[in-house]
Design a protein around this ligand. Structure first.
Ligand code: ADP
Ligand code: MG
Length: 394
């Protein structure tokens, strides 16, 4: 099947994964599927407030070779963990039972069966080029590649947004990680050369042209390599602050507050943390819409300052940044980047930087030197061309 420019890497891995499957299970797979990681251009914590987000798929993907079984067994193997095949009985799957990495594919099978879909078992072997734990959604890539394969093999006929909901339910209820639906939607629905405008209230999507290279620009991802321990509790706390804000303002979700109503809304909120959370969500939701307008007008350079503004909001209002992420933004913009922001839930993970293509070496060097001077571990920096969403490779 045509994989399209930029997806050649996935097709290449696909052949290797199919061969790995054959060696492992003794027969060729019925099919091979790919689902990418994602990076969010703008719109942070808006997905847990029914708002807008603007992610793009990375060239990095999970690739799975899968065959159907009819005996109620699920066998899963990852080329990346060093563990052997994990064998599970679908009838015996228990949410939050802690089956390690296998909880992701198992959770997808569980969520499909919970929703009444006739999943009768599978053999799965996968490999992924999505960095894990970097805030680039290696977990959603795993869920969506599994969901797409099971959907095709069992003829379930689910749409990409429906598969994204299944992936989110697997992660929330089976693995036990609270997350919005953005990651799964991005992995399932993105298109090459585009960012995905997603309304997380009803999962309506629009592909917005975003091809930095065609405009002489580059989008860099900087993986700081850090994950601060306070992150998990703080994420829940920030979500709770958003919910408290919505309750106090009498709306179902903060997406219902526009920038025009914001000053009045803030006056009605006595708690400082709640006020900061509300101001961040309302302004970041608006920044998504501003970014979409700029992209549609072909004015990509003007997106830079909107990113940097979004970072300040995450740092000062929602307070989810950390010194390493702040340093990426400060060093990159001082070295001439058009704009930069942390991306994902914060307290570590990755940042995105928009720069002139000709400046990427200077900007990368500046970030590396700033990290070295601060005594931080060297970050991983790579360009991210907006890539294809989940698809069947063979
Ligand atoms: P992120 O989604 O930001 O990368 P998460 O903590 O949500 O970070 O998900 C990472 C987890 O997903 C890993 O700890 C592992 O359990 C699972 N995972 C991701 N990629 C793979 C892989 N290639 N093989 C096995 N498990 C993987
Ligand atoms: Mg994840």
């Amino acid at each position: 099947m045509a994989a399209g420019a930029g997806a050649g890497g996935a097709a290449g891995i696909g052949a290797g994964v199919a061969e790995g499957f054959r060696r492992l299970y003794g027969a060729p797979p019925e099919g091979v599927w790919a689902a990418p990681g994602r990076v969010n251009l703008i719109g942070e914590y808006t997905d847990v407030n029914d708002g807008f987000v603007l992610p793009l798929a990375l060239p990095h993907t999970a690739v799975a070779a899968v065959s159907r079984r009819t005996d109620g067994r699920l066998r899963v193997h990852s080329a990346d963990t060093g563990e052997g095949v994990v064998q599970l009985d679908l009838d015996a799957l228990e949410p939050r039972a802690g089956t390690g990495w296998a909880a992701y594919p198992a959770g997808v099978a569980w969520a499909l069966r919970e929703a009444g879909h006739p999943v009768t078992g599978a053999d799965l072997h996968l490999a992924s080029t999505v960095p894990t734990g970097a805030g680039l959604s290696s977990s959603a890539a795993l869920e969506i590649v599994t969901a797409l394969a099971l959907n095709d093999l069992h003829g379930l006929g689910l749409t990409a947004p429906e598969l994204a909901r299944v992936g989110q339910r697997a992660e929330n209820a089976f693995v036990g990680v609270p997350c919005g639906v953005m990651d799964q939607m991005a992995s399932a629905c993105c298109a090459e050369g585009h960012a995905l405008h997603l309304d997380t209230r009803d999962l309506t999507t629009r592909h917005v042209p975003f091809d930095p290279a065609a405009h002489g620009l580059a989008l860099l991802v900087v993986d700081t390599g850090v994950k601060h321990a306070l992150g998990d509790g703080a994420y829940a706390e920030r979500r709770a602050a958003c919910e408290a804000g919505a309750r106090a303002l009498g709306v179902r979700a903060l997406r219902e507050i526009g920038t025009v109503q914001l000053p009045d809304a803030l006056r009605r909120l006595p708690d400082r943390a709640v006020r900061g959370a509300v101001r961040h969500v309302v302004t970041d939701n608006h920044r998504v819409e501003r970014t979409v307008a700029l992209l549609e007008a072909g004015d990509l350079r003007a997106v830079g300052p909107v990113l940097t503004e979004g970072h300040a909001s995450l740092r000062d209002d929602l307070r989810v940044s950390c010194p390493e992420l702040d340093l990426v933004v400060a060093a990159a913009t001082a070295a001439g980047a058009l704009g930069a922001r942390m991306t994902g839930g914060g307290f570590g993970g990755s940042a995105v930087v928009l720069a002139e293509a000709g400046d990427t070496d200077t900007v990368t060097k500046a970030v590396r030197e700033a990290f070295a001077a601060a005594g931080y571990t060297a970050p991983r920096v790579f360009p991210a061309a907006p890539s294809a969403g989940a698809r069947r490779l063979a």
